[in-house]
Write a protein that binds this ligand. Structure first.
Ligand code: ADP
Ligand code: MG
Length: 229
């Protein structure tokens, strides 16, 4: 369970990115966080990964206040969180296999487990035959699949995707979202920040809308457009 309880975030520049935001996400949910550029979506994500700490309020994961987490505990939290970004963020000098394996190696997985697990995850994302390719030999959609494989390889309880379809065409966007839904079906909580209207309207999932740092809408099976309000 994730809970934002009256969370405000003011950056050092003085910008108030979030203003007393409160909402809850249950374990196993699939949630879209929508809102125009600058509304505060990525700030919510950064709070969940402890990249930043709230100015006030609480960010709770399973009743544990991660806003007050000790620096040395952050890596343990991040083991349980998979991240997907708009710009993929693959390591250009590593193969597809190595990119995914790296996420296991940094948490100390054995070579045996890496050799067993990586091909399974690459199969799930449909890239088994690209294991030895370099990122620059792949399409954008394929690169994002590698990023998803990397995000899920350690069986995280939570996947955070910040504009995962921002650099993809509609067809690739759809298949990336289908993949995130499939991961969600296996029990992983999935949070997707996006302003991709087509996808939000099509998928009929819970929508939390942020405007100027405040939650202005929170609906089950939501749609993007203002007409849906
Ligand atoms: P979104 O992801 O919805 O586009 P962000 O959470 O990135 O929105 O940004 C919310 C507001 O906070 C914006 O006004 C943005 O300019 C500001 N902001 C984001 N990151 C920083 C930062 N590191 N320092 C100062 N201001 C920031
Ligand atoms: Mg953003």
């Amino acid at each position: 369970m994730i809970e934002f309880r009256e969370v405000s975030m003011t950056y050092a520049s003085g910008i108030e990115a979030l203003k007393e935001v409160s909402f809850r996400i249950e374990s196993g949910e699939f949630v879209f966080i929508i809102g125009r550029s600058g509304s505060g979506k990525s700030t919510l994500i950064k709070l969940l990964t402890c990249e930043i700490a709230p100015s006030s309020g609480r960010v709770l994961i399973d009743d544990y206040d991660i806003g007050r987490i000790r620096r040395r505990h952050v890596p343990y939290l991040r083991r349980n969180v998979g991240m997907v970004f708009q710009d993929f963020r693959l390591i250009a000098t590593k193969t597809v296999f190595e990119n995914v394996a790296f996420a296991m190696e940094i948490i100390g997985a054995s070579r045996k487990l890496v050799r067993r697990r990586v091909p399974i995850v690459l199969s799930i994302v449909g890239l088994r035959d690209k294991a030895d390719s370099m990122p620059n030999q792949l399409s954008g959609g394929e690169q994002q699949r590698v990023a998803i494989a990397r995000a899920m390889v350690n069986n995280p309880m939570l996947i955070l995707a910040d504009e995962p379809t921002g650099n993809l065409d509609p067809l690739n966007s759809e298949s990336i979202m289908a993949l995130l839904e499939e991961i969600n079906r296996s029990g992983t909580t999935v949070i997707v920040c996006t302003h991709d209207t087509a996808i939000v309207d099509k998928m009929k999932r819970r929508v939390v809308e942020i405007e100027d740092g405040q939650v202005v809408r929170d609906v089950q099976a939501g749609e993007y457009g203002p007409g849906a309000r």
